[in-house]
Design a protein around this ligand. Structure first.
Ligand code: ACM
Length: 261
């Protein structure tokens, strides 16, 4: 299975420009799974709720239409971040979509910093979806620091975690090695680059998007300041085996009966 990510610097508030940038970067790319950053079409640093609402969408609107079209060109299933609106609530969400349409959305469970001002917290358990016979789950950026997110997806059978991100702290890429190792899953962390200075906020995004193997190996790794598409071929069936040695198994050796408080 060929999996990969797009790393670039979205322009705040200009969906059309960001769509064009991604489409140009992916020209000629054929893959099975492509992951784009968190909020790839809108940018990240909002100044007001009105701004968030004005950039939000219900599935089926322009970001879905663009990604569906792109999925057809790249023959891929795509996971990408967007602002999902339901009634008057906005969620920091990711959609999984292919050329035949939307497969699912995921609403970020662990909001970071001022995201708590703008977004409602994800209200649904993380699910796993079968794509080309492979089980794929989604989580978004800061979900990395809550090992329960990855663990829940892995226990539900995920072989690959698609991880759209807008990272500003320096630890996630290292942490994803542990997340993958402790669950024997692959992960595609698609981060953005660039700066956003809006209102009183001034963020520098850390790039270094990473594809992590199910034994903790780094399979692909981007620079911290370069727009790029990186792809790698994996055997997702490796993520089904949870044994560490003949005596240890990551799932069977768990002691959930002793974990509850
Ligand atoms: C983050 O969750 N965007 C840091």
């Amino acid at each position: 299975m060929r999996i990969g990510f797009v790393q670039f610097a979205p322009v705040f508030g200009d969906k059309e420009k960001n769509f064009r940038a991604v489409k140009e970067m992916l020209a000629g790319t054929i893959a099975d799974l492509l992951v784009l950053p968190e909020l790839f079409a809108t940018g990240y640093t909002f100044k007001s709720q009105e701004e968030v609402l004005s950039l939000s969408e219900v599935p089926g609107e322009e970001t879905s239409l663009f990604l569906k079209h792109l999925a057809g060109i790249c023959k891929a299933t795509i996971v990408a971040g967007f602002i999902e609106r339901e009634n008057s609530s906005c969620y920091n969400a990711a959609m999984m979509i292919d050329a035949s349409g939307l497969i699912a959305t995921y609403r970020k469970l662990h909001l970071f910093n001022k995201e708590k001002l703008w977004f409602s917290t994800g209200d649904r358990a993380p699910e796993v979806y079968t794509v080309r016979g492979v089980k794929i789950g989604m989580m978004i950026c800061f979900d990395w620091i809550f090992p329960e997110t990855c663990r829940t997806l892995a226990l539900r059978g995920a072989q690959i975690i698609a991880h759209p991100s807008n990272l500003v702290l320096p630890w996630a890429q290292q942490a994803m090695i542990t997340r993958c190792l402790e669950n024997h899953v692959f992960a595609v962390t698609a981060n953005r680059i660039g700066k956003e200075q809006r209102g009183e906020d001034d963020f520098t995004f850390t790039g270094q998007s990473q594809i992590t193997g199910c034994r903790g190996e780094i399979l692909a790794y981007a620079a911290d300041d370069t727009a790029c598409v990186l792809l790698t071929d994996i055997d997702p069936s490796q993520a089904i085996d949870k044994s560490v040695n003949p005596f240890n198994d990551l799932f069977k050796d768990r002691r959930p009966e002793l974990y509850s408080l």
